[in-house]
Design a protein around this ligand. Structure first.
Ligand code: MG
Length: 294
């Protein structure tokens, strides 16, 4: 079979990335991060404007670094959701334009599935129970019968957002425990993190026990946290299981993860028609038919 090269475009939150993947090889994966003023979260409008300002330069960079031209690309994959509306639209418009200019098939990719497939590619994990933790998503996932099934999730707030927002709120509210000197802001942040991570590890272990799984994979931006990886490692060692994790190049949102999931989808016959190439802020991991696994 000839080599298949997929361009992936990601921009569902404050990172915008373009990645090129060819048959399991990451050829390039440049990324830019929108960083708001200290103490502020990122808002959809200003994040979208950031992405608009650098997405074309990133595209050039990805092609140059890979030593490829547009003619070498077989498919243009983009993040369909979940994520923030305005940033998602920005990247989808670029993907639609490229697909028409270059006359290439288009593929809308689920962002969470992108994280899972990137994690599997980089670590070599075969059939892991996945802990996906980031600023926007918190899910415990395992594969069964052509779906990535969700075993646990937060619906109100994702763990990354919770940690960030807690630190911001602490600045505004002088809690009586802080005022009395009973504890420091660092104590409170540490306690919250330990409690949240313990909950995540416990739910992941329950899913592993249910599935009889011997592999755990941590993905998403919070998955870079070394304390979380340490706690997961202890749990896995106690069960005789193996922990897989990636570093920030692949853990944090990036274009190559969309390209990799797109590559799996494309080689098993999936494409997105132009008229179906919309975005959606809510797109559940288990809505995707996993046509590339048995
Ligand atoms: Mg993510």
């Amino acid at each position: 079979m000839p080599a298949v090269t997929v361009l992936g475009l990601e921009g569902s939150a404050n990172k915008v990335g373009t990645g090129l993947v060819r048959d399991g090889q990451v050829l390039s994966n440049p990324r830019r991060t929108f960083v708001p003023a200290p103490g502020q979260g990122f808002l959809p409008g200003q994040t979208a404007r950031h992405h608009q300002g650098c997405v074309l330069a990133l595209l050039q960079e990805a092609l140059q670094e890979a030593g490829l031209e547009s003619a070498d690309v077989d498919c243009v994959a983009y993040t369909k959701g979940p994520g923030m509306g305005a940033p998602l639209v920005t990247v989808a418009v670029v993907a639609r334009t490229l697909a028409q200019l270059w006359n290439k098939p288009l593929l809308g990719v689920n962002h969470c599935v992108g994280h899972i497939e990137m994690g599997r590619l980089i670590t070599g994990a075969q059939n892991p129970t996945v802990l996906y933790v980031s600023g926007g998503n918190t899910q415990v996932i395992a594969y069964s019968e052509r779906r990535y099934r969700i075993f646990g999730e937060t619906i109100d707030i994702a763990v990354g957002n919770c940690l960030d927002r807690f630190a911001r709120v602490l600045k505004e509210v002088a809690h009586k425990m802080l005022a009395s000197g009973e504890c420091t802001p660092e104590d409170l942040c540490f306690s919250l993190q330990e409690t949240l991570f313990a909950m995540l590890v416990e739910i992941t272990e329950r899913a592993m026990a249910h599935c009889g799984s011997q592999e755990a994979l941590v993905v998403g931006g919070v998955g870079c946290n070394m304390r979380l990886q340490e706690m997961m490692q202890i749990m896995c060692a106690e069960r005789g299981a193996k922990l897989f994790a990636t570093d920030e190049r692949f853990c944090i949102d990036n274009g190559a993860m969309i390209a990799q999931a797109g590559w799996e989808m494309f080689r098993t016959g999936q494409v997105t028609q132009l008229e179906d190439s919309w975005i959606t802020q809510r797109y559940r991991t288990d809505e995707v038919e996993v046509t590339w696994r048995d």
